[in-house]
Design a protein around this ligand. Structure first.
Ligand SMILES: Cc1cc2nc3c(=O)[nH]c(=O)nc-3n(C[C@H](O)[C@H](O)[C@H](O)COP(=O)(O)O)c2cc1C
Length: 371
């Protein structure tokens, strides 16, 4: 007998799906391992160059836009650039987060190069966040090279769910921040500042969820179906957003940009944020002195060095940047928590029982390489 499923979707639409219909639907979350290996033969890159640039591209970026490109000059000599088509003007109008993300890309690149025996020489080209050409990089095998285990780059990921509220052990915290303690500020979940950050994160998310420009931009970067996820290989997928099971199936098959603008979608997001902020050992803020291009690149590198260490200690990182993105919450931030330097990252942190594998997608190297 044919068994039908009745589904009531957001907005009250009733849907009937038979077993056959289910099998023909988009049945599972599309993940990083589902991406086909790139078989392009026209690339001028050596195997080492390809591996280094692939590992560099595993850096995090806001909405997973992957805002970098690499201009090939000659073997082991490139320009790292800022891809204007990947900017997020509604939430990042000054490209602050774009430059931080490219800093993370540079750190991955350097570590991946060291793993293969190369040192990197970076030279700044840009004077503004909006400049296309940011830095040149040259790789060579001269001098002392400290190898870095590049498995750590491949295993890094953002984790948003199931973060525990247990306090961070003193030794673990020291392992993470001791070398750069001037820039790292850990705010444990027992402090007054922690409560302020929780409240303000919810407040900023409320503002942003009802700011149509920000919500439209978010919708542009959600890859609802597996087909879109595979074609674009960027943005926020159901797997990346940690929407699993039946909810993931619904989103992949029946949701689109228009849903993001509906009240129930916006409110569900705010509810999620409330739940998320109630679970953590605390917040880690990363500050900088000033906000020039070089300072932002260095801060992105610093953030990535931290992020590549946390898995050793079973600790999750979840950036929640809305306080910084919304002027109404950003203005009061420094004075309310007593930090005078520029705050560049707000990271929710805590232990995990089990560390999930990375799932977010990346465009292949030939898609961001300019020859
Ligand atoms: C500058 C920056 C800002 C980010 N802001 C947020 C955020 O506000 N909320 C969130 O859930 N993730 C945020 N992220 C995480 C990205 O969504 C994530 O890095 C991207 O989707 C790729 O996933 P991965 O980190 O697991 O590789 C941010 C990342 C960066 C680098």
């Amino acid at each position: 007998m044919k068994r039908n499923k009745f589904l009531i979707l957001a907005g009250g639409t009733v849907l009937v799906v038979g077993a056959g219909g289910y099998l023909m639907s988009d049945t599972k979350n599309f993940k990083r391992n589902d991406l086909k290996a790139n078989t392009s033969v026209n690339s001028p890159l050596t195997a080492d160059e390809k591996e280094i640039l692939y590992l560099a591209s595993l850096a995090p970026s806001g909405h997973n836009t992957q805002p970098w490109f690499v201009q090939y000059i000659e073997p082991y000599h490139w320009i790292i650039g800022n891809d204007k088509t990947k900017w997020l003007p509604a939430v990042d109008p000054t490209q602050r987060e774009t430059i931080l993300s490219i800093g993370a890309f540079m750190q991955n690149l350097e570590y991946a190069a060291q793993n293969l025996g190369y040192n990197c020489q970076f030279d700044l080209m840009a004077t503004h966040n909006q400049d296309e050409n940011l830095v040149t990089v040259k790789l060579d095998k001269k001098g002392d090279i400290h190898p870095f285990d590049s498995k750590k780059i491949a295993q890094r990921r953002t984790v948003r769910s199931n973060i525990l509220s247990d306090s961070l052990k003193k030794d673990d915290l020291s392992y993470l921040i001791r070398e750069e303690s001037e820039f790292f500020h850990f705010i444990p979940n027992t402090s007054k500042a922690y409560k302020i950050l929780n409240e303000q994160t919810v407040e900023a998310n409320k503002i942003q969820a009802y700011r149509d420009a920000a919500q439209t931009e978010l919708a542009e970067w959600i890859r609802f179906s597996s087909k879109d996820a595979e074609n674009y290989a960027d943005g926020l997928t159901t797997a990346g957003m940690e929407i699993e099971g039946f909810a993931g199936w619904l989103v992949r098959n029946f949701y689109g940009k228009a849903n993001v603008m509906k009240k129930d979608f916006r409110d569900k997001n705010i509810d999620n944020v409330r739940k998320e902020v109630s679970q953590s050992a605390g917040w880690l803020l990363i500050s900088s002195k000033g906000d020039s291009v070089i300072t932002l690149l260095e801060t992105g590198q610093r953030m990535q060095r931290l992020w590549l260490k946390v898995r050793d200690k079973n600790i999750a990182i979840h950036p929640m940047t809305q306080i910084l993105e919304e002027p109404a919450t950003n203005q009061a931030l420094n004075s309310s928590i007593g930090i005078s330097d520029n705050i560049q990252f707000i990271l929710r942190m805590g232990y995990l029982k089990t560390y999930p594998e990375p799932v977010s997608l990346r465009r292949s190297v030939d898609r961001f390489l300019r020859i």
